[in-house]
Design a binder for this molecule. Structure first.
Ligand code: 5GP
Ligand code: ZN
Length: 115
């Protein structure tokens, strides 16, 4: 928990969010500015600034994030229609919040490649 970090504070419940999933390692909530009809952010409770800061000790946690994204897609009913998982990293990746998060987007056909 980093007290200055927005997503650490959201995971801790200090800042309100629209929660969709929570366990000891992972917290998931709806994006405040959705880019698709379904837009969920899946984050580890552990503070990691970005994928650049994940190390070998985070291997299981990174796997859990991705499988949590899949489970959430199933629970919310859009797994079979399809969805997109995205991790933006650093400036060129378009990252704006420096606590690693997996975007889960669905509910419309998503174009490719991204802008
Ligand atoms: P990034 O640009 O870092 O990949 O994604 C950050 C995401 O966090 C953006 O999609 C943005 O809308 C979302 N976001 C930023 N602040 C908040 C907030 O306070 N609450 C929620 N639920 N989402 C946020
Ligand atoms: Zn954090």
């Amino acid at each position: 928990m980093t007290s200055q970090c927005l997503f650490c504070r959201i995971a801790a419940g200090d800042i309100p969010s629209n929660k969709v999933y929570s366990d000891d390692d992972v917290y998931a909530f709806r994006d405040i500015n959705p880019a698709a009809p379904q837009h969920i952010l899946v984050i580890p409770r552990k503070h990691l600034s970005s994928l650049n800061d994940a190390g070998p000790e985070d291997q299981a946690l990174m796997g859990k994030l991705l499988l949590s994204a899949r489970s959430i897609a199933q629970e919310l009913g859009f797994a079979d229609d399809g969805f997109r998982t995205v991790i933006n990293t650093g400036e060129h990746g378009g990252q704006t919040v420096f606590h690693i998060h997996v975007h889960v987007l669905s509910g419309r056909h998503l174009s490719w490649p991204p802008g």
